[in-house]
Design a binder for this molecule. Structure first.
Ligand SMILES: [Zn+2]
Length: 402
């Protein structure tokens, strides 16, 4: 058969829409054409796939005209995640893999020139989309080993991890074919959710903080009521230390919350299995731009506020953040999500976080301190208080601050 179909998924924010990779081999001038709104990284798949197939010792159809279509054509596609499905499509169309047996599987993975599989971003979003999709839930996900573990966290998904292109090919050989040289049994395995999942390590909390009775009380009330907090105090008084412990005061995550939070981390390529079921704390530096804070880019990527979803966003040195960056926090603080619209596409990311901010009461930091005298001019103090007024704006109802 010279036409083959392989299923995969494209990432659009947190959504992972189904993509069919169609490969057609025809006689004619040797050529490799890739169509279907592919970004630069996907177009480079041509070179990676050719080298990977040749270096793995498989047969690349050098004398054929290869057409690869990523359908639907109007859905933007980025990153190297389509390398594996394209390679399998070519192998299926040239009869080296059984096209019938590929049905019911979804594939994603970037190929190295030697055929090794490299991890992809957003494997968790892929598995969640697969689990939520209508129709038979029997589709199996085939992913690079490093990405498979996070996809296996989604209940009810059957996930297989592979190390090398040959390990995948060995599973889908036509009837009676000999396994390719170099395929290893250990390279292919069904991935079970980690046994430690659900047993979250305890985050540090206020139990090991001496003194600070008032600040501890304030943080406990804020944690219980879901309030934002602004801490003002001289440098070295423990504001950052207290803020880093705030996530430890919050109740344990539900599995659904943990999945949402992990899906965003996986989208940004920051998912760590040991952080599963732990409330995240995002602490961007004050030089962060508005886009870094709320998300953006093309294709849209989640920002720090989304990485803090179901956790804590800690803004240290609040007055040093640019006004536009802080203003951008206003909408997500109210609605719990952020919509990023770009000319070509629009993505929505959840951003339900608790805001903890810290600042010095004046530029030198010692205003009101009994230990050292403040050396700031009245103008400088007024200026730093005006950024304090900004916090009132962000937080909605006016409150006394500092
Ligand atoms: Zn001062």
């Amino acid at each position: 058969m010279s036409l083959s179909l392989v299923q995969s998924r494209a990432l659009l924010g947190l959504e992972a829409a189904s993509v069919t990779v169609e490969v057609h081999l025809a006689n004619g001038l040797p050529n490799f054409t890739l169509v279907g709104l592919a970004e630069v990284e996907v177009k480079e798949a041509r070179e990676r796939v050719r080298c990977a197939i040749q270096n793995a010792g498989l047969e690349y159809p050098n004398n054929k005209r290869i057409t690869v279509n990523l359908a639907p054509a109007d859905l933007p596609k980025d990153s190297g995640r389509f390398d594996l499905p394209i390679a399998l499509g070519i192998l299926a169309a040239s009869g080296q893999v059984d096209a019938q047996r590929l049905a019911g599987h979804e594939f994603a993975g970037e190929l190295s020139l030697s055929g090794e599989l490299r991890p992809v971003r957003g494997a968790l979003a892929m598995a969640m989309a697969r689990a939520a999709a209508p129709g038979p839930a029997s589709a199996r996900l085939v992913l690079p080993q490093a990405s498979a573990l996070e996809a296996a966290l989604v209940p009810g998904t059957e996930v297989y991890g592979a190390r090398h292109l040959l390990d995948v090919v060995a599973q889908f050989l036509p009837e009676g074919a000999m396994p390719p040289d170099g395929a290893q049994d250990s390279g292919w395995s069904r991935i079970e959710p980690p046994a430690a999942a659900g047993m979250s390590q305890l985050l540090p909390d206020l139990s090991d903080v001496k003194g600070h009775a008032a600040a501890k009380r304030v943080l406990e009330i804020a944690a219980a009521g879901g309030h934002s907090v602004l801490m003002a105090g001289p440098p070295g008084s423990g504001k950052s230390m207290l803020a880093q412990r705030f996530a430890g005061l919050l109740p344990p995550m539900s599995p659904q919350e943990a999945l949402e939070s992990a899906a965003i981390a996986s989208l940004a390529g920051r998912f760590r299995a040991e952080q599963w079921m732990q409330r995240p704390t995002a602490a961007p530096h004050h030089s962060a731009s508005g886009v870094a804070l709320v998300g953006g880019g093309s294709p849209p990527r989640p920002g720090e506020i989304s990485l803090a979803h179901h956790g804590v966003l800690f803004l240290d040195e609040l007055p040093e953040f640019t006004r536009s960056a802080l203003e951008a926090l206003r909408e997500p603080l109210e609605t719990g999500h952020i919509t990023i619209a770009r000319a070509a596409r629009r993505s929505e990311f959840p951003a339900k976080f608790q805001l903890i901010a810290a600042m010095n009461p004046c530029p030198c930091g010692h205003l009101g301190s009994r230990l050292r005298n403040c050396r700031c001019t009245p103008d400088q103090v007024v200026e730093s208080q005006s950024s304090c007024a900004l916090v009132k704006v962000i937080d909605g109802a006016p409150k006394p601050c500092a």
